[in-house]
Design a protein around this ligand. Structure first.
Ligand code: SAM
Length: 339
């Protein structure tokens, strides 16, 4: 196991398989058109599997496929099959907006995907349309239901909570998640790339979420557990568990073992990093697996990133990046780095 300068292990890789998305969520992709990664730069499944193997050799045992919308990448089950062959990957997960999940879930599970997280911000079709600028709410609900029906364990629902947008749905989402055999995790709205309309007053903090849920359900107890997961988990008096990811008001940089690989092979050591390490170039230059592993090892050992904590210290916080800069440097986008 290799560790960075703050003693954080390299264990967790988020692998973005495409920068394309079939939604246009206001907090992530508020524009209609984007500067996309050149097709020839996007890694093949074999290239992705080769890089993942180098990471796994160094101790990564959790991989999450993300995007963009990962289910837009054709034949994604082929990649899952390649990765599932690696016995060192204890946890192989997918984060999706769910639109294509009912069609693809069966093949992904058969290919060896362990579990799925679906992003769903509202139970109301009209809100979904306003928030995502697409009309596919019923397909997302059908995707979630299909996972529940098939008895696939580990289903999670991730909800970005925004004041005046969906903050009146916390209890509805807790109950909906229970009804489909899922655990909901509420995410604080973050000021990262893509969130060009972010303001602090739209953020519902973890404290406020807990107060609201306690007002509705009574005592909310923290679940005590050893975990590097981004979500703190809580229990309601009826036993229902939910999570909160408080990256904006109570960051978890101290235990962050996550890094991100973009679809074109740029390796980012922090969600807030402004530059990555070009693993595509090494791969396509013909570097050996050992040479790539050495590059990864030395970068991780020098890692000192604490992006979310540094943002917390900023007075008068504004969106991290403006649209002109995002157009010039699409790797700064949330949909490129995988969220
Ligand atoms: N398309 C997939 C999905 O919807 O889950 C994967 C990519 S998406 C970028 C990953 C996650 O990032 C989603 O749960 C999304 O809601 C979240 N996200 C995007 N922008 C965010 C922001 N500004 N603050 C908090 N979460 C954000």
């Amino acid at each position: 196991m290799i560790r960075d300068t703050l003693d954080r292990p390299l264990r967790n890789l988020r692998l973005s398989v495409t920068d394309r998305c079939n939604l246009r969520c206001q907090y992530c992709m508020p524009e209609e058109e984007y500067v996309w990664l050149p097709r020839e730069d996007v890694l093949s499944f074999e290239e992705m599997a080769e890089l993942v193997e180098a990471f796994a050799d160094l101790g990564v045992d959790k991989v999450r496929l993300t995007g963009g919308e990962p289910l837009l990448r054709r034949d994604l089950d082929g990649l899952v099959r390649l990765l599932a062959d690696n016995p060192r990957l204890r946890d192989l997960a997918l984060t999706t907006n769910g639109v294509l999940l009912a069609d693809q879930g069966g093949a992904l599970r058969a290919a060896g995907l362990h579990r799925v997280t679906v992003s769903l911000d509202t139970l109301r079709a009209d809100r979904f349309r306003l928030l995502t600028r697409r009309d596919t709410h019923p397909r997302v609900l059908e995707g979630i239901a299909s996972v529940g029906r098939s008895g696939w364990p580990g289903l999670k629902i991730d909800t970005v909570v925004m004041r005046g947008v969906n903050d009146d749905e916390l209890a509805d989402l807790v109950e909906y998640a229970g009804s489909v055999g899922a655990e909901v995790r509420f995410i604080e709205y973050m000021d990262v790339g893509g969130a060009t309309r972010w303001t602090m007053d739209q953020v519902i903090s973890r404290t406020e979420m807990l107060e609201r849920l306690a007002a509705r359900y009574g005592a909310v107890e923290p679940v005590v557990e050893e975990s590097s997961a981004p979500a703190d988990r809580f229990r309601l008096s009826d036993g229902t568990i939910f999570g909160i990811i408080s990256s904006t008001t109570a960051p978890f940089c101290a235990s962050c073992d996550r890094s991100r690989l973009t679809a074109d092979g740029q390796w980012l050591l922090c969600l807030y990093a402004t530059a990555g390490i070009d693993l595509r170039r090494s791969l396509r230059d013909g570097s050996s697996k050992e040479e790539i592993a050495a590059l990864i090892r030395s970068a991780w050992q020098g890692r000192r990133d604490r992006g979310a904590e540094e943002r917390l210290a900023v007075k008068d916080r504004q969106p991290l990046i403006q649209i002109t800069e995002l157009r010039a440097r699409p790797h700064l986008e949330m949909h490129t780095r995988g969220g």
